[in-house]
Design a protein around this ligand. Structure first.
Ligand code: CP
Ligand code: NVA
Length: 302
């Protein structure tokens, strides 16, 4: 039987995404205990608050046992090969999840694994975050078809997964990125082909935010990019989200950020701590979305 991995949002069809959202919102008692007596390995090469906590709790809620391991302990390709680590862990666990520097490590894991591999963030994508983002937007905005999402800042791992998911949802997508930090034309086409109502990229934060129902951002310097900090803070200075930027979005627009956030760098305190912000709900939804995904991978149906 083919093993279903979750390395990217595109591992799900639009219909699968719907199913995961339904499972995420279902009462836990409806899901049974598909992980009873089973382990889930959680390997982290980078720090985490939300991803670790939400995945551990989602596993517990499905009756399973999470085991957290730091990247240094498994030592991918140092202590032993990625393939050896994966084959061994797949004998102990029903799911193996990893946060890695290189997305290729996840692909190598998936190539040899007899159990699902889940991406808990790579330099390329952060699909678990996108599931929580879609869940939050659905709860706040209702049917997402033809609704408008704006991404302001770096077209990074979080952005890539978010717009893949928003395209599957049939949304209008507006990117506002500095020159050199946006999506390529082929990437815009790839995203559009997933079903977006429209996709447009601008070099102005204000233009991108215009008419948006949800305005998203992330840090300007991701984990692993610390040496680029000084240059990035200059390059992104016009992509700071404040009340002026939010004023061009729709009147009831929500503000979203995957967190951790830096107030005064990518977003003003008045926005992230203001009435339009949904960042806490969004973070809490990480657990519900992770539970929905795990239930889906375990074959639970409602
Ligand atoms: N948003 C997110 O993935 O947070 P952590 O890095 O704390 O897991
Ligand atoms: N883009 C950020 C997201 C952190 C959750 C990073 O990769 O560091």
């Amino acid at each position: 039987m083919t093993v279903r991995h979750f390395l990217d949002i595109t591992d799900l069809s639009a219909r699968d995404l719907n199913t995961v959202m339904d499972l995420a919102q279902a009462d836990i008692s409806m899901l049974g205990s598909p992980l009873a007596g089973k382990g889930v390995a959680l390997i982290f090469e980078k720090p985490s608050n939300r991803t670790r906590q939400s995945m551990e709790m989602a596993v517990v809620q499905l009756g399973g046992h999470p085991i957290f391991t730091r990247g240094e302990e498994v030592g991918f390709d140092q202590r032993e090969t990625v393939e050896d680590v994966t084959r061994i862990m797949a004998g102990y666990h029903h799911v193996v999840a990893a946060r890695v520097f290189a997305h290729s490590v996840l692909q190598r894991m998936a190539a040899v694994s007899s159990v699902p591999i889940i991406n808990m963030l790579s330099e390329q994508s952060h699909p678990l975050q996108a599931l929580a983002d879609v869940l939050t937007m659905r709860q706040e905005l209702g049917d997402l078809r033809q609704k408008t999402v704006a991404w302001i800042g770096d077209y990074n791992n979080v952005a890539r997964s978010l717009v893949e998911a928003c395209s599957l949802e049939g949304m209008n997508i507006r990117l506002g990125c500095p020159v050199g930090y946006g999506a390529s034309n082929s990437e815009l086409t790839r995203i559009a082909d997933l079903g977006a109502a429209s996709i447009n990229q601008f070099e102005s934060a204000k233009t991108a935010a215009t008419g948006a129902h949800a305005v998203h951002t992330d840090v300007f310097v991701s984990m692993g990019q610390e040496s680029e900090t000084a240059k990035r803070l200059v390059d992104f200075k016009d992509f700071f989200i404040d009340a002026n930027i939010m004023s061009v979005a729709t009147k009831d627009a929500i503000f979203m950020h995957c967190l951790p956030a830096h107030r005064g760098v990518e977003v003003a305190g008045e926005v992230i701590d203001g009435s339009q912000s949904r960042v806490v709900t969004q973070a809490h939804n990480r657990m519900h979305a992770a539970r929905g995904l795990l239930a889906h991978l375990m074959g639970v149906t409602l």
